[in-house]
Design a protein around this ligand. Sequence first.
Ligand code: SDX
Length: 433
Amino acid sequence: MTEYATLTVNGKTIELPVTEGKEGEKGIDIRRLRQETGYITFDPGFANTGSCKSTITYMDGEKGILRYRGIPIEELAEHSSFVETSYLLINGELPTRQKLNRTSVQLNDHSLIHEDMQNFYQNFPRASHPMGILSAMINALRSFYPELMTTDEGYEQTALRLLSKVRTMATMAYKISRGHKVEYPRPDYTYCANFLHMMFNTPVKPYIVRKELVKALNVFWILHADHEQNCSTSVVRSVGSARTNIYASISAGVSALWGDLHGGANQAVVQMLTEIYEQGLSVEKVVARAKDKKDPFRLMGFGHRVYKTYDPRAKILKKYVHEVLDKLNIDDPLLDIALELEEIAINDEYFQKYNLYPNVDFYSGILLKAMQIPTNMFTVMFAIGRLPGWIAQWRENLIDPEQRLVRPRQIYTGYNHRPYIPIDERVKDSEQW
Ligand code: SDX
């Protein structure tokens, strides 16, 4: 039986149907609101607005639950691989062994990029941020590989192409920025092992791929693979709603993820921890600055729009950081600082009042540091992980019959009507130009 919300506004009462999700979350369907009342809703940042119905990822921010296609991330982190989890997100089901093997072969077949694309890298200033390069290169893929989105088979091929080439493009940005020879993927390496190989192998010093790091990288990317309608995914859906091709849509998502408040936070966290360590700052004083409303400083890696409890991904990453550093015999002072910051913050009444807990970015940078990933590549690592989620969400938006071109309304607060004033009649400038 449909539930209704009753709204009385401007002397008129209307009933708006309530739509209910599979986990009991409810949304008031306001699609008829403006035509029946002349009113719109107002919700900056869409914190209270559902943009779509989705079958891909479920989050419960109060309970700290995250599931991909119904499977808890804790189980995927323990038992799955990034390739298998990507298949799950994109196709909706875990692959059979045969399908997983076929996917691995196809990822290998698609792992090279057109040799002409290397010329683009040569013309970026060496100090360019790799997120800007990655966004540009993903957009450029459209010129070399016209997307084949008219059929399901075409969608699968394009998804595999993107998933495989993103590693090659990311590692190429790193190698060329350092003036190093570009490393090609190896057919005998798995997805994550190949990424580490392309990042760190050199002609004079072969890189030994350690299984601990391959496992940690799989877990890192599994935990970043999707997160329902976050900022960058909403951008991918929004751009895709205009029937823009998938490469340009995902390139826009990379740009959105780059921001410090979103995916750029992992880089900002390590920069914050490094500053505390190198300058010998008091952790208590850093927490005090984060609470000071006159100070724009925020404790990076803390807080979340949805999670009002410990981010379940941060819990798993924290565990892996300890395991990897122990196995590699690394004693990273930044971890000690992070643990001290967490201990003080989560027991502080300000952080408790606002439900600010460590999020996915708080420990991820320390794990990436242990893998020798350079800090300016941290958000690129986030983008690679999020790619299967973006692909799945873009496609879901494309085939959803309820979806339309994204075009929100606004509340206008500018000038009321006023006439054009000829230039000689305008208020004279105070100083002579
Ligand atoms: C990601 O959405 C997703 O799913 C994103 C993500 C994903 O997987 O895609 O999970 C990845 O982006 C994680 C978040 C990474 N960002 C950071 O760690 C940056 C630091 N955190 C914040 O800036 C903030 O917590 C946000 C942006 C993450 C969430 O902000 P909201 O929901 O818009 O909340 P808000 O900015 O309105 O803050 C509410 C209050 C404010 O105080 P008042 O102005 O109301 O008095 O909490 C305060 C804020 O000042 N606050 C913080 C804080 N975060 C919020 N104060 C100090 N330090 C912080 N980190």
